[in-house]
Design a protein around this ligand. Structure first.
Ligand SMILES: NC(=O)c1ccc[n+]([C@@H]2O[C@H](COP(=O)([O-])OP(=O)(O)OC[C@H]3O[C@@H](n4cnc5c(N)ncnc54)[C@H](O)[C@@H]3O)[C@@H](O)[C@H]2O)c1
Length: 322
């Protein structure tokens, strides 16, 4: 099977592509390699994929609709798409809002327009986010909850992508699944996320900023669980002409202070913690209801927060030679 993976140099895209390649699939990977965070990390991830003969890479902006069209025209035998390219990060959407609209809204439209011409396409799986639940208070968050009180522009663009997909499923019959990921962490992770930034600060003796005292919690999900979920869902497309959204979370909200404890233990260093009020775009807590994905494919998270943070720290120490 030939699969297009967008955002292939990113944290989740890299892991998904590697898992597909290990299963013997052909992977066409695209990424703009932007400098939102250190492009050297993106290059290092790509280097891991290069040895696979069935992997090919193209540097490309998914919002460039002409380039996307040329891509699918030159690969008419594509059977599945995992669309992970996006401008991620909640707080940064207050700094550079336009990049979110371009990559996440225009990018979704350009991808789906390009997909309309693929005759063998069975399924488009794309990344949504727990952030769409915004200011909802009732947990766990369910896919049937109303999601019309976003607390960031990032969330707005992810919800817009979901609605775009719903309309393209209805109009053009493309079967699609949006996965609402909940705080994904692990080796080869994203430097702008708290667990990674805190690890860097702790290892360099700099203070870490803890927002909202001890209240902030996240439904952390280990990368291997996410990859397993993406692959399971990819093999179970919804009926032609329909789309759906599914939560993919850890189902065990953890306090951010617990994350700091685990980093201290696994990095063998004490953290200097500075407390600040929570930024307005950040949600206080997240927690995924997993009933729907369990029913669809029996997926449940398997890696505990303790084991996952240990694996992340092992990778982190090796990667930075600590
Ligand atoms: N990591 C998480 O906790 C998390 C949570 C919820 C949702 N998500 C979503 O999952 C997806 C993958 O996230 P990630 O954590 O791997 O982030 P990431 O930033 O590591 O990966 C995204 C990749 O997309 C690329 N990209 C960005 N804009 C692009 C464009 N216009 N054209 C082509 N490539 C572009 C980037 O260069 C990057 O390599 C994103 O859609 C993100 O919004 C992630």
């Amino acid at each position: 099977m030939k699969v297009l993976v967008t955002g292939v140099a990113g944290f989740i895209g890299f892991h998904v592509a590697e898992a597909l390649l290990k299963q013997g699939m052909n992977v066409i990977g695209v990424d703009s390699l932007n400098d939102y965070y250190d492009p050297a990390l993106k290059a290092a991830r790509l280097k891991q994929l290069e040895p696979y003969p069935s992997f090919s890479f193209q540097k490309l902006d998914v919002a460039d609709h002409q380039a996307m069209l040329s891509l699918t025209e030159s690969h008419p035998d594509l059977e599945a798409v995992v669309h992970l390219a996006a401008q991620a990060g909640v707080r940064h959407s207050m700094v550079d809002p336009y990049s979110y609209v371009t990559s996440n809204v225009m990018g979704q439209v350009a991808l789906l327009e390009a997909c309309r011409h693929l005759k063998n396409l069975t399924h488009v799986v794309y990344a949504s986010s727990s952030s769409v639940y915004g200011r909802n208070r009732s947990t766990p968050f369910r896919e049937t909850d109303r999601v019309d009180q976003p607390s960031s522009l990032y969330a707005v663009t992810k919800r817009a992508a979901e609605l775009t997909s719903e309309s393209y499923a209805y109009l053009y019959g493309i079967p699609q699944t949006g996965l609402r990921f909940f705080t994904v962490y692990g080796p080869w992770g994203r430097p702008d996320m708290a667990y990674y930034g805190f690890a860097k600060a702790i290892s360099e003796g700099r203070p870490v900023t803890l927002y909202d005292g001890k209240n902030l919690s996240r439904d952390f999900t280990y990368i291997d669980d996410i990859v397993r979920g993406v692959l399971k869902v990819l093999g179970r497309p919804p009926e032609a002409g329909t789309s759906r959204v599914l939560n993919l979370g850890g189902d065990k909200p953890e306090k951010v202070v617990r994350m700091i404890e685990l980093l201290e233990r696994n990095l063998d260093q004490k953290a200097v913690v500075e407390c600040r009020p929570r930024p307005v775009a950040d949600m206080e807590s997240t927690w995924a209801s997993l009933e729907n994905i369990k029913e669809l494919c029996g997926w449940e998270p398997e890696v505990s927060f303790e084991d996952g943070m240990k694996e992340f720290c092992l990778w982190f120490r090796k990667f930075y030679g600590i």
